[in-house]
Write a protein that binds this ligand. Structure first.
Ligand code: FES
Ligand code: FE2
Length: 357
């Protein structure tokens, strides 16, 4: 598998941005240990409902704060106190900022050292963390969709696709990849456009889908480097697809998939829910066509791109902003911002753009 150094993306090994790290419901059973960006974390929902993400290991003797389900304080539901968490080994208590603020068997002042705490939010049924190798605060928000909160839209459950041995660059490449839509997905595009606006990367495309027997139009966009949302319409289907990916270790990403479907009436019934499930399965089957190729390909460190494939290069430049200090982001924006068409394919019609936005 390819390493970030080989892709030559910038100064960082892992990108800056908002990333999914768990499904919201995974915290219902208490603290959870998660591993991303080559590091271990303890994730939990405090008693007030506040989300907390801390470096996993206790300063005292290195115990993972969230990987015991058998310690007495865990089984007796005494591990969380308010929004603080106690280490399962000797009970040192950490507040949401990662500061030790109570040691059960010691009256003196707590050691001054602290473990790191990270920005974390819940949106779209997912827990998202802000990851910045330089430790900076978020410079944009994690995405939300009005439709997620609208009862006429049926929210799917996350498909957990597990850890995949691929560099995330190759997942991002898909955004510029107009000419795999026919051979891989059976829906060759007629019109195609990419647009870059700062931390956002858009793709507008449409074409006749062989299997769906309908004209498919999609508006797909990344908010930062790991969160893809896609508005998709064909026939009577009107939905959103989510593909979220987060680096786990070098050359390894974790991937989730979800769907939102618009029901025909305001109070979706059982049949509507069954249809939404089918739509999600269909979208997942299409994504699986990509996944199977990615899981078995050799890294495309250099793409032998034809002149009609210049957006691959632009997409990679856009992606580099997240592997470099934020002060440099503007330089990458200046190189790619704007709309970019591909020779040989139509531009989206005004109608296609209006329908999607
Ligand atoms: S190892 Fe955490 S309290 Fe001792
Ligand atoms: Fe694809």
């Amino acid at each position: 598998m390819a390493l970030v150094e080989e892709f030559d993306l910038g100064e960082y090994i892992f990108p800056r941005g908002w990333f999914m790290i768990a499904e919201a419901s995974e915290l219902d059973d208490g603290p959870k240990g998660v591993r991303f960006f080559g590091k271990d974390f303890a994730l939990y929902r405090g008693e007030s409902g506040r989300l907390v993400l801390l470096d996993a290991y206790c300063l005292h003797m290195g115990t993972h704060l969230a990987k015991s389900n058998s310690a007495s304080i865990v089984t007796n539901h005494e591990q969380l106190e308010g929004d603080s968490i106690r280490c399962p080994y000797h009970g040192w208590r950490y507040n949401p900022e990662g500061q030790v603020d109570d040691i059960p068997y010691f009256d003196g002042p707590c050691p001054k050292a602290r473990i790191k705490s990270y920005p974390v939010v819940e949106t779209l049924g997912a827990i998202m963390m802000w990851h910045d190798p330089a430790g900076g605060e978020p410079d944009y928000q994690a995405p939300d969709l009005k439709a997620w909160h609208d009862s006429q839209w049926i929210n799917g459950c996350y498909d957990h696709l597990g850890d995949i041995a691929i560099h995330p660059q190759e997942i991002i490449d898909n955004m510029a990849d107009a000419h795999h839509l026919g051979p891989t997905h059976g829906a060759p595009c007629e019109y195609f456009e990419n647009e870059y606006i700062g931390h956002k990367y858009y793709q507008r495309q449409g074409g006749y889908h062989r299997m769906y027997r309908a004209y498919l139009t999609t508006l797909t966009w990344y908010t930062g480097p790991g969160l893809l949302l896609s508005r998709q319409r064909f026939g009577d289907n009107n939905g959103y697809e989510f593909i979220f990916h987060t680096p786990v270790d070098k050359g390894m990403v974790k991937v989730w998939h979800n769907n939102l479907s618009l029901a025909p009436g305001v109070n979706p019934g059982e049949q509507d829910i069954a249809n939404a499930k089918m739509a999600q399965e269909g979208a997942l089957a299409a994504f699986a066509q990509d996944l199977q190729i990615w899981a078995n390909k050799k890294p495309a460190l250099q793409i032998m791109a034809l002149p009609v494939e210049r957006n691959f290069r632009l997409g990679r430049i856009w992606y580099q902003q997240f592997y470099n200090p934020i002060e440099k982001a503007k330089e990458f924006h200046a190189r790619v911002n704007g709309k970019h068409h591909l020779k040989g394919l139509a531009k989206p019609s005004a109608l296609a753009v209006e329908l999607q936005e």
